[in-house]
Design a binder for this molecule. Structure first.
Ligand code: PHE
Length: 472
């Protein structure tokens, strides 16, 4: 007799944990800046449409697959297609992808922790020095911050689903919402904040082109934690009596609402400090925004609220981002954890030890590829550009494999498991699902245009990233 599988205690437990996964650095920084640069309200509309019409069906498919199989992504694909070895590769990809994305996300999270530490200890002025980030990433201090972050994550993961992940989410997510709202209120009370709101919200359709549309879809996909095996894994911890469909919709709504609200903090802050900011000059990279740009904004607040007030604002901001990052990291590391427990039959503790070691080593390699160790910094080159280990992980797993994993799940649902299998699963806990408009929409879209769009995105990314040629 196998042991009873650990489960979320309730629908709300699942929703908070899944929202904890979805709400991350992408929401707080990536989304607001992408929106402002790419047509404001016009981008917001396109993004919302992608969430509703492309991401929600994929999300339901992932959750349904996990709950049906009651296994990790690796085991789920295997269990539902025992004789078809081809699909097992999809399962393998759905476990390797989160592991590698965890490495790149871990590097950024450790840096955030370092910046949080320095904000709390009164070193905001140091952080705002334009040279500082370059020194910080090449400093041995990284190891100390890495150990601290690894301990925090493992303390949560060792508790398992209900006593670890769910408990942490129930405490951390409300704290995150409160801090976000407090920061928004504070920022909106500053002079010139309205200018930022204007850039963020007023639609400019002339900015919309193929690459903006592609970027909006990629952002939505990443933000909802799709293609990473996370929702398959969390789905497997979801009670059969509970309603996946409503929960999925609520997670998508929460994630989008947080991203939208973050824009009311980020942009007004930028414009309050410099009303002449040209949005086109803002960096596309969340990393340079968080670590180079924001500290300068916070330091500039000194004139308004004093050094202590500015440090306090910076501390709340980095704490907020840190919490968002930690709850995402926990979810992504749960995927390989579940797979190892299942396949190697290790205990949770032993699994976390093995995996923690592997992640730490890879994180160190990725983190030292910013100049510290030349062999990792100039690791390889493609499409005419030299790439570091960090770049390769980002390009291969985040940019390329995520849409591929999304495509594979759509194909699996359509070709192997059959659409009816998905519909039956989603009807459990929501008996009326079959008669809804959403069910009709999912039935049609998941086997036609959603996989088609994901295939185009995948091919375009491969061509752009590795061949140096873009379709649009
Ligand atoms: N959804 C997260 C974000 O927006 C992305 C993520 C989730 C990354 C889970 C890693 C793990 O930042």
């Amino acid at each position: 007799m196998s042991e009873q599988r650990d489960q979320f205690s309730s629908k709300i437990g699942f929703i908070l944990a899944a929202a904890g996964s979805a709400v991350g650095i992408g929401n707080l920084v990536g989304f607001p800046v992408a929106a402002t640069k790419n047509g404001g309200g016009a981008f917001l509309i396109i993004y919302a449409l992608f969430v509703a019409f492309i991401c929600v069906p994929v999300m339901l498919a992932e959750m349904g697959l996990g709950r049906r199989a009651q296994k990790s992504p690796l085991g789920s694909y295997q269990a539902l297609s025992p004789d078809n070895k081809g699909w097992h590769i999809a399962g393998l990809l759905a476990v390797i992808t989160p592991f590698m994305i965890a490495v790149f996300y871990m590097v950024i999270t450790v840096w955030i922790f370092g910046y949080l530490w320095h904000s709390v200890t009164g070193n905001l002025a140091m952080l705002a020095d334009p040279e500082y980030f370059g020194q910080f990433v090449n400093d041995y201090g990284f190891v100390g911050f890495l150990v601290a972050v690894t301990v925090i994550i493992n303390v949560i993961l060792v508790g398992g689903v209900r006593k670890g992940i769910e408990k942490a989410a129930k405490f951390l997510m409300p704290a995150l919402f409160i801090m976000l709202v407090l920061l928004v209120i504070f920022v909106l009370s500053l002079d010139n904040a309205a200018l930022g709101v204007e850039f963020y919200l007023v639609p400019d359709f002339s900015k919309i082109d193929g690459s903006v549309i592609n970027g909006a879809l990629a952002q939505a996909f990443f933000s909802l934690s799709l293609g990473m095996g996370i929702l398959i894994t969390y789905g497997s911890y979801f009670s059969r009596r509970d309603d996946i469909v409503t929960s999925g919709k609520l997670v998508a709504l929460t994630d989008t609402a947080v991203a939208f609200t973050a824009g009311l903090m980020t942009l007004p802050a930028i414009f309050a400090i410099n009303p002449n900011t040209n949005p086109d000059t803002l960096s596309d990279s969340s990393v340079s925004m968080i670590f180079s740009f924001f500290p300068q904004i916070f330091v500039a607040l000194e004139g308004v609220v004093g050094y202590f007030g500015a440090s306090l604002a910076a501390t709340v901001f980095f704490l907020l981002t840190f919490i968002a990052a930690i709850t995402s990291l926990v979810s992504i590391l749960e995927v390989p954890t579940a797979a190892i427990i299942e396949k190697a039959k290790f205990s949770r503790k032993k699994t976390l030890l093995v995996m923690g070691f592997a992640v730490t080593v890879l994180t160190l390699i990725a983190a030292t590829s910013f100049g510290f160790i030349p062999a990792f910094t100039e690791f390889t080159s493609y499409a005419g550009q030299t790439k570091s280990v960090f770049d390769v992980i980002y390009d291969v797993f985040y940019d390329t494999i995520l849409p591929l994993n999304g495509l594979l799940i759509c194909l699996f649902v359509t070709l192997h498991w059959r659409k009816k299998g998905l519909e039956d699963e989603l009807s459990e806990g929501n008996p009326n699902y079959r008669n809804t408009l959403l069910a009709k929409y999912v039935r049609i879209s998941i086997s036609t245009f959603i996989p088609l769009i994901l295939a185009v995105v995948f091919i375009n990314t491969v061509l752009t990233k590795f061949v140096g040629f873009s379709l649009f």
